[in-house]
Design a protein around this ligand. Structure first.
Ligand SMILES: Cc1cc2nc3c(=O)[nH]c(=O)nc-3n(C[C@H](O)[C@H](O)[C@H](O)COP(=O)(O)OP(=O)(O)OC[C@H]3O[C@@H](n4cnc5c(N)ncnc54)[C@H](O)[C@@H]3O)c2cc1C
Length: 399
């Protein structure tokens, strides 16, 4: 047995012993997703025991080094763990902007002491983070951001506002882009970390078309941000005024995370799910040739996306991925997910429009469909992704 085969066998055994049956069920409600943080209440014992087991094993962040709370798995081992978790439909033990976004940026740009402090807190789910990038006048043109941090010696005084800050009202800390030099657009931004309970921080939830309020307007009124949280633990990641480099690096990871929405289901599962409503023809196939063709086309594209995602992850872990590749993955994954939800709605007919009934699971289909509209906006819009792909991957001239 090779080392990797042995690792797979061990992993399978560990998952069998530690992943409760409830944690192998599809996520149905928001609180089925464990976000951690200072104010997190576990939904049930199963969610807590799965979380605790994974924290102890380093499996909330399996490929981070052990000294930062990870399990130190090699890329092939991490891939085996992903495969084995997918095989039993294990839910992620912890969902976190710290894991998906801030962590990779800290691993790349952080001081050793920053890594020791913040990465371990992220791995243990102690601090819930939100992302303070977008402002009312600065979305796609992010570098034009105006939130300003005035240098007061041992601290900054931050004034301004952010918008579309996902879960800002639930987050403990924010990673925030703050202008610290008004004379240089690109080299005048600092990537700061601070507590959302700091005096002068307030949030106002924004109600969405789906009926949910997953994000907020965030206001900073004379917020004092200390420049240091301990020896060699500066409040900023990377150098002062060089936060744009950190911001761009993080965006690559954000886009990679959002692209995962493309790989949400298994080939064939969609057709089976709608079979009861439409019935089967004499050959046992879905008895609606037009819908059947649409689903088959989606299945084929989903398989192609999965193959592309596998290759992307392999090259990413090997350090050979094209730096603009996350943009391509984000574009393909989110457009695919929107198409999938369009088909869910057209297959469901007027029943799919139900908004509140128990039978519709609180309007899950309609609300889910509306939520996917945001997939191609969050983390950079599809139009902006196409601009980047055409310039940096296809190397087309500027239009
Ligand atoms: C669900 C969701 C969650 C989000 N969470 C966060 C968060 O946690 N933190 C955060 O900071 N932000 C967050 N955002 C904000 C998101 O990053 C911005 O919405 C996004 O970057 C687009 O910016 P904008 O909304 O200002 O649109 P704009 O930049 O004003 O764009 C408007 C339209 O113009 C198009 N456009 C703009 N520039 C170009 C161009 N150069 N070429 C072609 N077309 C262009 C866009 O594609 C779009 O269609 C979130 C957004 C959503 C939808």
């Amino acid at each position: 047995m090779s080392d990797l085969d042995a690792f797979r066998a061990e992993t399978r055994e560990w998952l069998e012993a530690n992943c409760p049956p409830e944690m192998r069920e599809p996520v149905r409600d928001d609180d089925d997703v464990c976000w951690g943080g200072r104010n997190w209440t576990f939904k049930n014992d199963a969610q807590k025991s799965w979380f605790d087991a994974c924290v102890a094993k380093g499996y909330t962040v399996p490929d981070w080094p052990k000294e930062y709370g990870g399990a130190g798995l090699s890329p092939p081992e991490a891939k085996i763990l992903r495969e084995e978790m997918a095989r039993i439909n294990a839910r992620p033990p912890l969902s976190s902007f710290g894991i998906w976004m801030l962590g990779p940026a800290l691993l790349h740009f952080g001081t050793e002491e920053q890594k020791q402090k913040f990465l371990n807190e992220i791995a243990r789910g102690e601090i819930r983070w939100c992302q303070g990038y977008s402002e009312p006048g600065s979305g796609s043109d992010l570098v034009s951001l105006q939130t300003f941090g005035e240098d007061k010696g041992d601290h900054w005084v931050v004034n301004g506002s952010k918008i579309w800050t996902s879960y800002a009202d639930k987050a403990d800390w924010i990673f925030c882009l703050v202008r610290t030099d008004k004379t240089d657009k690109y080299r005048g931004i600092t990537f700061m970390l601070f507590d959302m309970e700091s005096k002068g921080v307030s949030t106002k939830p924004i109600l969405l078309i789906s009926g949910n309020s997953p994000f907020c307007e965030t206001f900073f009124d004379d917020v004092e941000v200390p420049k240091s949280y301990g020896e060699n633990i500066p409040a900023q990641v990377g150098e002062v005024n060089r936060g744009w480099d950190v911001a761009k690096y993080l965006l690559g990871h954000e886009r990679e995370m959002i692209s995962n929405t493309g790989g949400n289901d298994r080939a064939g599962s969609f057709g089976k799910a709608v079979l009861p409503s439409f019935g089967a023809d004499a050959m046992g196939r879905l008895d609606d040739p037009l819908l059947r063709a649409k689903i088959a086309e989606l299945d084929v594209d989903a398989l192609a996306f999965k193959a592309m995602a596998e290759r992307f992850m392999d090259t990413l872990k090997a350090g050979t991925a094209h730096p603009a590749q996350p943009n391509m993955m984000k574009y393909a994954g989110t457009e695919l997910n929107k198409r999938r939800n369009e088909i869910v709605m057209s297959a469901g007919g007027s029943n799919a429009l139900e908004w509140e009934s128990e039978a519709s699971n609180g309007g899950a289909r309609a609300r889910g469909w509306l939520r996917t509209k945001a997939n191609s906006i969050e983390g950079g819009t599809s139009e902006v992704m196409l601009n980047v792909i055409s310039k940096r991957i296809l190397e087309l001239p500027d239009g």
